[in-house]
Design a protein around this ligand. Structure first.
Ligand code: BES
Ligand code: ZN
Ligand code: ZN
Length: 443
């Protein structure tokens, strides 16, 4: 999509005019977009305005639009909204593509302000979100762990400030990554452990971890057919890590950033791990796997152990489509936030607000740790019927390096838009990327 800035809109253009009103209205070729009360609109509101304009243009089969910005409205957020609202995944649309293809090609912002820089930054960040959406939306058989590893290596190629290490199965065995290896046992595809490093100077070392289950059947604790339909989404955390690294050099924050992705399928093949099996994580802790569908925490246990051994992190943040329970608690638009550190919690909440993404803090109830007590091992991977998002987070916490500020974002709900909405047509959403980038740029 092409963005330009002009001082006047062409009368023959399709025009979107922003007004301080509640409702949208239409008149001939002018679309009046209500942006609410003056001074009251949030980042999310303006992003939605952008997406609404993109969808309106699509509906009217217009490929160009002039947006008249009379007041102080964030062109950064408008641009993000336009790009996100305009996106659809068409890789596999062949015969039906022609009629669905029409989407915005050119946008003119009618304003006297100098907004080029805002537009460029928004385009970059939105491109990372679309990169993640594409990765999530592809056929899961085309995005096995080796594919994620390839993408990671491509991101690092030719960049002076990014390096990529991919740990393959034999090395995992040497390192004792028993969590990732045990979940991978039921799959024909080999697991990969991806470690990206960005060195942007400065003192702060931040580690981000993304759950990279490239398809989650549940393993021998098999999901229902319906429960499996969207399970290509289970690499969303990993896609987020790759997406952030795809633009981090251009944003060049003065930090060191490590990105870890434990990547595997979760399949019920003949060698699959069985409920009751005990696996040993890289830090030596034993895990009784009572439900093979609670696989995310098991692979994250190795990622945390790896971080403890190899990285001196000031902060660790993990992103995982971890529990259906979190989705039941918070719905499809809100991620659950768990953290052992108040400052980190506040910082992430602020960044979520800045980015127009919704997160809600849930408690790490210490007393619930007893639900994870195993009769045979150091810990078990399920905590019973209630509080599933919390026990999932507590399991991960048991592997977090001591005295390290850590946050866990359970993105099971917002990672995927089943029905599609104004900001995102059906499929992967790329949730969390915008808030994380805001966080990283504020370090
Ligand atoms: N990937 C799922 C969680 C999920 C469910 C994400 C629905 C998005 C939508 C995860 O691996 C899982 O299956 N978790 C189990 C845990 C349970 C067995 C303790 C769940 O939520 O049912
Ligand atoms: Zn699962
Ligand atoms: Zn899963």
């Amino acid at each position: 999509m092409k963005f330009t800035v002009a001082s006047q809109s062409q009368p023959e253009d399709f025009i979107a005019r922003l007004l301080f009103e509640k409702e949208d209205k239409e008149e001939n070729n002018i679309f009046f977009v209500g942006i609410g009360e003056k001074g009251k609109s949030t980042a999310e509101d303006i992003i939605r305005v952008g997406a609404t304009i993109a969808r309106k243009a699509k509906e009217k089969k217009k490929t160009t639009v002039s947006i008249e910005i009379s007041e102080d409205v964030s062109v950064f957020n408008l641009t993000i909204g336009i790009i996100l609202g305009n996106y659809s995944f068409t890789e596999y649309k062949k015969k039906t593509l022609e009629k669905e293809k029409k989407s915005l090609e050119a946008v003119t912002f009618v304003t006297s302000k100098s907004v080029q820089e805002e537009i460029a930054r928004a385009e970059m960040i939105a491109s990372a979100v679309l990169f993640a959406r594409d990765l999530i939306n592809k056929s899961p058989s085309q995005t096995p762990p080796a594919y994620l590893a390839e993408v990671a290596q491509q991101i690092a190629a030719n960049k002076k400030d990014i390096t990529c290490t991919v740990i393959s199965k034999p090395e995992m065995e040497t390192l004792g990554m028993g969590g990732l290896l045990s979940i991978a046992r039921g799959s024909y595809e080999e697991p990969k452990f991806i470690h990206l490093t960005y060195k942007g100077g400065g003192k702060k070392v931040i580690t981000i971890v993304g759950k990279g289950i490239t398809f989650d059947t549940g393993g021998l604790s098999l999901k229902t057919a319906g429960g499996m339909e969207t399970m290509k989404l289970d690499l969303s955390g990993g896609a987020l890590v790759l997406a952030v690294f795809s633009i981090i050099s251009q944003l060049h924050p003065e930090i060191t950033l490590h990105g870890l992705i434990p990547a595997t399928e979760n399949m019920p093949g003949p060698h699959a791990i069985k409920p009751g099996d005990v696996a040993t994580a890289m830090n030596g802790k034993t895990m009784e796997i009572l439900n093979t569908d609670a696989e995310g925490r098991v692979v994250l246990a190795d990622a945390m152990s790896y971080a403890e051994k190899n990285i001196k992190s000031d902060v660790i943040i993990d992103f995982a489509t971890l529990t259906g329970a979190c989705m039941i608690a918070l719905g499809e638009e809100v991620a659950g936030l768990f953290s052992n550190n108040e400052t980190l919690t506040k910082d992430l909440q602020r960044s979520a607000k800045n980015a127009g993404e919704k997160i809600w803090e849930l408690p790490l109830v210490d007393g619930y740790n007893k639900l994870l007590k195993s009769e045979v091992a150091d810990i078990k991977n399920i905590g019973g019927k209630y509080g599933g998002a919390i026990t999932g987070a507590l399991f991960i916490q048991a592997f977090v390096p001591e005295n390290t500020p850590w946050a866990h974002l359970d993105i099971a709900g917002p990672a995927f838009a089943e029905k599609g909405n104004v900001l995102c047509s059906h499929g992967g959403t790329g949730f969390g990327i915008r808030l994380l980038i805001d966080y990283l740029l504020n370090q």
